[in-house]
Design a protein around this ligand. Structure first.
Ligand SMILES: [Zn+2]
Length: 476
């Protein structure tokens, strides 16, 4: 199976994946007209047609639609063992991030380009490959006469907008997801391409818009300055309630949490093997000092520290247009990354509260909270699963699986963790060096996609094997 599955990815997936890359199927947050534009529909139909053509025994493919929501693609595959009921759910998404800016010469977000062993285009690695990896893993097991469990492949269409449509689909599809005891999320990161990487935690995200008003309209600064409180200064003052302006430490207790000891140890191991992986990925200007005293501390900060970023600002003219004026107001979008175990709704409430209380100089301060997304901390995995993951990684990459943390957010994992409390979760992916997800020049490293596909096949085979064993009685 091992060599043929890699060849199968190249032969069966790349053409259709390239067609998918041509579709500007942006996530609804970046394309409010998505329903009339039809790009998400075209993408899901393309993927569904490919899935329907797979020679997988008993596969049922549906594009599941709900009114005013993005569709999901669901592929149900019966177990090779009619007695087995345990289900593995494989997750990915087909909506895309916007292009972000100008791509490098010769590359285009919506024109697939093959260069060396990479396929360039928006959505190639995040997360277009996921359907292909899932189904080709099952198909390869069947071709090799090996067993697999019942699988449900779920590819959603609103992930890059924080999955607002997923819950409704999960409700409607609840019966078909019954029996899920393992969830494999194929939308995560990899510090290197030499092993299967497992994500142990993801940070959450809270976003608020804060608006500060002091005047009915802007006034000549010769008239107003020194008398009218500058809206920018008022904003600075209230931001200082949230973070220390000198160190960037977030000051609100509701936004802090302690990492589990075993996760800290894995990050220390990662730093001692790979060095300063955080710093080495950042385009930092010479002389700029980074927070964190050592590589392990930086990994820990990226994984577990809360941090605020001002991600947008309105009310100020551009530098070339700005005259000597005290402006009427200023509006800023604040984004907070939250520790994995922090409740994002409670964190958001605490942020809003800190911004709104006692407005400096009596300015009119209005805060709007956006839907929060909690992070995720991987519950301990069963011994058979840890063993199977090491075996899968060794078979596909030649070395055992590795553990890492992601500083970003996959809202879906927190949602599913709550919905299926006992389910084991494996979060992995192909987003590694040079993948540039969300940035310009996104690419899929094809050998890694092939190896992840092979790893998934091994994992499914191990699951089919374990599900035959009688359940081990809980000891107390
Ligand atoms: Zn993604």
């Amino acid at each position: 199976m091992d060599t043929s599955i890699k060849a199968r990815f190249a032969a069966e997936a790349l053409d259709v994946l390239a067609h998918y890359l041509e579709i500007p199927c942006l996530s609804p947050a970046y394309d409010p007209e998505w329903a009339t534009a039809g790009h998400l529909d075209r993408a899901v139909e393309l993927l569904a047609n490919w899935a329907e053509d797979r020679p997988i025994r008993g596969i049922r493919v549906d594009v599941h639609r709900l009114k005013s929501r993005t569709p999901v693609l669901i592929c149900e595959i019966p177990s090779s063992d009619p007695e087995a009921t345990a289900t593995v759910m494989l997750y990915g998404h087909f909506d895309k991030q916007p292009p972000l800016g100008n791509w490098s010469p010769g590359l285009d977000p919506f024109r697939p380009t093959l260069r060396g062993d990479r396929l360039y285009g928006r959505g190639s690695a995040d997360d277009g490959y996921s359907l292909f990896a899932s189904l080709l893993a099952v198909e390869s097991l069947e071709k090799a006469g090996l067993k697999h469990p019942r699988c449900v492949v779920l590819i959603e269409g609103s992930e890059e907008s924080a999955s607002p449509d997923l819950e409704a689909h999960l409700d409607a599809l609840a019966e078909r997801l019954d029996g899920t005891d393992l969830l494999v999320c194929l939308d995560s990161g990899a510090p290197t391409f030499d092993r299967l990487w497992l994500t142990q935690s993801l940070r959450g995200n809270a976003v608020v818009t804060v608006d500060v008003r002091v005047l009915e309209r802007g006034v000549h600064s010769g008239t107003a300055s020194g008398v009218v409180p500058s809206p920018f200064r008022v904003l600075r003052q209230i931001l200082n309630r949230l973070e220390d302006p000198y160190t960037g430490e977030v000051l609100l207790p509701a936004l802090s949490a302690q990492p589990p000891v075993d996760q800290v140890r894995r990050l220390e191991d990662l730093a001692s093997e790979l060095g300063d992986v955080v710093a080495s990925q950042l385009p930092v200007l010479g002389g700029v000092e980074l927070a964190g005293d050592c590589p392990a501390e930086r990994l820990l900060r990226q994984a577990w520290r809360p941090a605020m970023s001002v991600i947008g600002i309105d009310g100020m003219p551009s530098v070339s247009d700005g005259g000597n004026v005290v402006h009427a107001g200023v509006t800023a979008n604040l984004s907070f990354r939250l520790p994995p175990s922090v409740d994002a709704a409670a964190a958001t409430a605490s942020i809003v509260d800190a911004l709104e209380q006692a407005p400096p100089s009596g300015a009119k301060v209005t805060v709007t909270a956006h839907p929060p997304a909690s992070g995720w901390s991987c519950p301990p995995l069963a011994p058979w699963l840890l063993e199977a993951l090491d075996e899968a990684s060794t078979a596909a990459f030649g070395r055992k699986a590795g553990w890492t943390s992601e500083g970003g957010t996959i809202p879906f994992l927190a949602t599913l963790g709550k919905r299926f409390p006992g389910v084991q979760v494996v979060a992995t992916g192909v987003l590694g060096p040079g993948s540039n997800a969300h940035s310009i020049d996104e690419s899929l490293h094809i050998p890694t996609a092939e190896s992840v596909t092979l790893s998934v096949a091994h994992l499914l085979e191990a699951h089919a094997d374990i599900s035959k064993r009688p359940p081990i009685a809980e000891s107390d």
